[in-house]
Write a protein that binds this ligand. Sequence first.
Ligand code: ZN
Length: 404
Amino acid sequence: MKILILCLIALLAGWHLYIGYRDYKSTDNPIPFNVLTVYDRTTYKKWQRYHKEHVGLSMIEKTVSSLLLYVLIRLNVFAGIAPGSGVYGPMIAVILFDSILETVVDVIFSYLSMGIEEKYGFNKTTMDTFFMDQLKSFAIGVVLNIALMSIFVAIHRAMGDWILVLFAGLILLVVLLISFLFPYLSGIFNKFTPLEDGELRQKLTELLEKHGYRVRDITVMDASRRTSKSNAYFTGFGKTKTIVLYDNLLKALTTEEICAVFAHEMGHGLHRDTLKNQIYSLGSIAMLAILMWLHARTPASCTPFGFEGLNYGFIYILTGVYMSIFEIGYGILTSRAQRKAEFRADAQAVDEGYGDALVSGLKKLAREDFAQLSPDPLIVRLMYSHPTLSQRIAAIEKRKAEKP
Ligand SMILES: [Zn+2]
């Protein structure tokens, strides 16, 4: 059992290194002709250095965290920090210990990654914001993990195998609640102000009304506090449905281009893509619940790792390892569906008459985001949630030609 887990951890580390290596190598791929004009020569050279630094750093991070987990499990460290026979105490000790270690690794590498962003002029995050963000994420993560696990344990002890049904229902409820509350939760990290009246707001409202699409508000997020990159998204559902535009987007794009990006986002809304993405994540949560249940009903599953009996916190960590393997396969399926959804959303923007504006907008955004123009095709197929810029532009041009 222990050997199997250690092998899986090593296998995962090897996989990440292989993907990282392919990504690193793809930096020097030739640029597709329809995106040749995105960067000039000097900027492209700069992008290549930037990309290589990021890929290198993330390869080191993945290796460090895999190695850390390998050593901790190999030496039965988790059992060492959570002795005793209680249920909740040892569980919380293991989760807390794991969260602290993970956060330490994460803070170090996020800091280094911020250094790269700084070097290339993208970073807008101040030290205060950085540490406050890390602290908030840590606190929210720990509280949420311990709370959910405690509920899992309490129900499991009271109901045995019936937990699976109940836990699935509970998770569903929490996920719905979070997506319902997301517009408010994101207020912890950012400030949102309603988009001011004017030509843009009027055009966007017209687009929404044309399709009978109701939203609570169109808001602008102060993303420029952290990054110079741009984005737009739909969030919440039902009565809290909100459209969020990054303030960077408003600065970088023309009114016409913002409408194009907006029409794309509306395409997602009309096809219920956000809902589909939530269903995908529910699928992986269901898998997580099943794996945890399988472990929890075999009390002997923790003893090879030095525990005297069942430790729910450790089950959570073991399940994390299985989930990483599962997510690779699951990601291949869901990312393919997501890429299809992106093409469909682009087609929506073309049909609204924003084809050309979308192409020029996407090129600008790619430039702003310092995006990769010729990623490794295998990596795109395995894990990209968006098609490449070149693929998108080709599809937009084709759609435009079909619908004069
Ligand atoms: Zn999209």
